[in-house]
Every structure is written in C-alpha cells, then in structure tokens.
Design a protein around this ligand. Structure first.
Ligand code: ZN
Length: 133
C-alpha cells in the first residue's frame, strides 16, 4: 500500500533562514514555495533523491505549525508516505483500528490528497498519507 517516503515535514520559525541552510550548506535545490491557506502554512519543497524535505513556516500564530513549535520547538513535524489510493488506505487504516485525524482526505501542497493519522496510534509520529498524480 505504501510506495515510499513522499516527504519529511520540518517545522521552522523562519523559512528564509532555514532555506539558506538547506540550499547553501546542504546544497539542495529549492523546487518551489507555496502557501496552503487551509493549514495556515507556507511550504518550501526541496527534493532529495526520490523524496523531499518540506519546510513549514506558519502564516498564523494560531496555526498548527505555530502551535507545534510552541510545544516542541523546531524540528521534524511529520513523515508522509505516498499511497496510490488514499480513500482505500484510510479505509484500511480505520478497519485495522488506527486512529485517524482526517476521516476524509483534504488537499495539501502541490494539489496532493492528504490525510493525517493520529500520533497516539503511531508511536508518537504524525504520519501523513499522500496521494499525488
Ligand atoms: Zn506534509
């Protein structure tokens, strides 16, 4: 069901500053920046092999990324797994008793269909399922 690690989401206070590290120090290439209004977040994508680093800066002090940083500080916020059929994947997770944050997929950055699993069911990791065309 899971094809690969689609991306790793990293919460940062300042996207511009963090990007300097990822591009100038690590030598990664910035593929694009996008604001996802629904999640009150500005996202930068940096491909690494066939996966990506997703840097997340909150656009709102009440947004989920701002709250995450307030609680836990900057750092890895979620891991996203690529699936072929997100509705089917969610159904299967539910059937297996996994707690879901999103019962139905919503649209994330890059037009991907995404849904989050609850960290209580995943040993503390916020897991995102992602279906992209
Ligand atoms: Zn993500």
């Amino acid at each position: 069901m899971i094809k690969k690690v689609d991306h790793v989401g990293v919460a940062v206070n300042n996207l511009e500053e963090a990007l300097k590290f990822y591009t100038e120090m690590l030598g990664l290439t910035l593929e694009g920046v996008e604001v996802v209004e629904d999640q009150k977040v500005k996202v930068a994508f940096l491909p690494v092999g066939d996966t990506e680093i997703e840097l997340l800066e909150s656009t709102d002090p009440e947004g989920p990324i701002a709250k995450y940083i307030e609680k836990k500080g900057e750092g890895i916020q979620h891991i996203a797994f690529r699936v072929d059929d997100i509705e089917k994947a969610l159904e299967e997770m539910k059937r297996k008793g996994v707690r879901l944050i999103d019962e139905k997929p919503r649209y994330g950055a890059g037009g991907a269909k995404i849904a989050f699993l609850h960290p209580k069911s995943t040993y503390g990791v916020l897991v995102e399922l992602s279906e992209r065309k």
